[in-house]
Design a protein around this ligand. Structure first.
Ligand SMILES: NC(=O)c1ccc[n+]([C@@H]2O[C@H](COP(=O)([O-])OP(=O)(O)OC[C@H]3O[C@@H](n4cnc5c(N)ncnc54)[C@H](O)[C@@H]3O)[C@@H](O)[C@H]2O)c1
Length: 355
């Protein structure tokens, strides 16, 4: 479907020091002959800032080898409306990819303010800026968490998702509604992407696979929720980035309806592996790969370092993406195996922490 040539275009990535944002910036620099990227991130300390700085360094390094492209990083919050307005007015973006957000389900139980500020006010500021300084395509992050405790699997974007079970999920669903309203009112082409548990090298330390690894090397016990009966559609970072790259190049068409008014140029996709894995199997593969990479000793006694515990508030038992729409429109489906993805993570971890 790729019908929008991004060569020479100016792209804003918010959350560019984050896991997905940084990988997207790297892929754009790697694969586009000429591209101008502006990254915004407030580099907050929700998790270890050294990982955010490491990702930014990787982008800087690559950008230096691409003299006809450009990379500009701005340390700013999307909550600062005046600053966001000034940045849009200066750069006149063709494409905006909004990945900045307060992520995490559990943290939204104890720190709800951060979610309202970054995910609602921040996203509103981005929408307002897109209205004032017209763009060709707004792509933004939603989440599998909008499905809440959806009974029907796999989860389809056709399913009704009006029952979020965390404030995080509620903010992500709100983003989809806000984007729809702006698409309709101001004819802004927008695409929402519901990501399903993204993992990989230099990933997020607040996520289970990373936290488990930190604990296992300290000899601590890992807690496996819902007594190990959780299933997650783990999606490897490169697959997510591939999906975003395809989507960026296919803005929804601007068309008028029979009433002469614009039909909202609005699209929504799941990006998931379409293959949920049992949390216990996931942890077993992770442990094997940590041993293989030399992060854990070969005689590590995993059995004595795991504890099966009940479900946590806000968590859901299964996430499972129906990726039919993504396959239909782009002929693409995430396909990196868990073993390969966790192998890459384990090798990166060994390197990064100098083990
Ligand atoms: N990683 C996943 O599994 C996953 C799953 C579903 C949805 N998502 C969504 O995808 C997006 C990217 O996720 P990620 O995993 O890269 O998370 P991340 O936390 O690594 O990246 C988000 C970045 O946004 C920045 N940020 C937060 N608030 C900001 C603000 N007000 N202004 C500017 N920058 C701000 C943070 O400093 C961080 O670097 C988020 O919207 C997240 O909710 C991620």
């Amino acid at each position: 479907m790729k019908d929008y040539n991004i060569t020479g275009k100016t792209v804003l990535i918010t959350g560019s020091a984050g896991f997905i944002g940084a990988n997207l910036a790297l892929e754009l620099l790697r694969t586009c002959e000429v591209i101008n990227i502006v990254g915004i991130d407030n580099v907050n300390d929700y998790y270890d800032v050294s990982i955010k700085n490491y990702r930014l360094e990787k982008i800087e390094e690559l950008a230096k080898t691409k003299p006809i492209s450009s990379w500009k990083f701005i340390n700013e919050s999307i909550c600062n409306k005046d600053k966001i307005d000034a940045i849009f007015s200066e750069y006149h973006f063709d494409i905006v990819v909004n990945l900045a957000a307060q992520a995490g389900v559990r943290y939204s139980i104890t720190n709800p303010d951060a979610y309202i500020e970054s995910n609602i006010i921040g996203f509103y500021n981005i929408l307002e800026a897109c209205r004032k300084y017209p763009i060709s395509h707004l792509v933004y992050a939603s989440s599998s968490s909008v499905y809440g405790s959806n009974k029907k699997i796999p989860y389809s974007t056709e399913d009704k998702v009006d029952n979020p079970v965390s404030l995080y999920a509620a903010t992500k669903k709100s983003n989809e509604l806000m984007a729809h309203a702006y698409s309709k009112l101001y004819n802004i082409p927008s695409t929402g992407l519901r990501f399903f548990t993204v993992y990989g090298p230099a990933g997020r330390p607040d996520m289970a696979y990373f936290g488990f690894t930190n604990k296992l090397i300290k000899g601590e016990t890992v807690e496996i929720f819902n007594y190990g009966n959780c299933k997650r559609d783990f999606t490897y970072i490169d697959d997510i980035v591939k999906g975003i790259m395809m989507v960026i190049q296919s803005p929804p068409k601007k068309e008028n309806g029979e009433d002469g008014l614009p039909i909202p140029p609005y699209a929504l996709y799941n990006i998931g592996n379409n293959k949920p894995e049992n949390l216990l199997d996931f942890v077993t593969i992770l442990q094997e790969e940590l041993v293989r990479a030399g992060v854990l000793p070969t005689d590590y006694d995993f059995g004595s370092h795991k504890k099966l515990v009940p479900m946590q508030p806000g968590d859901v038992a299964i996430t499972y993406a129906d990726t039919t729409a993504l396959e239909r429109d782009f002929g693409f489906k995430p396909n990196t195996s868990l073993r390969q993805g966790l192998r890459n993570f384990a090798e990166w971890y060994k390197d990064f922490y100098n083990i």
